[in-house]
Design a protein around this ligand. Structure first.
Ligand SMILES: [Zn+2]
Length: 90
């Protein structure tokens, strides 16, 4: 039971990868502030969730994970986490 729960909630590294990409170029303080403000809106996480769902769908389709798997995705800016479920319909 416990093992299954841990395997089903592995944290994706998408957010971290994006944070690295963002920080590879110098950013003006105003840009950072704008990003942080955008992050406070629920819609700003839609792309993050959509990316995670695409990966999760592919993993389930390839048989790597059971169909009821959910993933925790962490936002690189506000550090909040989302539970993403696959939207595959069999
Ligand atoms: Zn965020």
């Amino acid at each position: 039971m416990l093992l299954g729960a841990v395997a089903g909630s592995s944290i994706l590294a998408i957010g971290a990868t994006r944070a690295i990409a963002l920080s590879s170029e110098p950013m003006a303080p105003a840009d950072i502030q704008a990003l942080a403000l955008a992050c406070g809106k629920p819609a700003s996480h839609a792309q993050l969730i959509a990316d995670a769902r695409l990966i999760l769908n592919a993993e389930i389709e390839s048989g790597a994970k059971p169909a009821d798997t959910t993933e925790l995705v962490a936002c690189p800016l506000c550090r909040c986490t989302f539970e993403v479920a696959s939207d595959i319909r069999f």
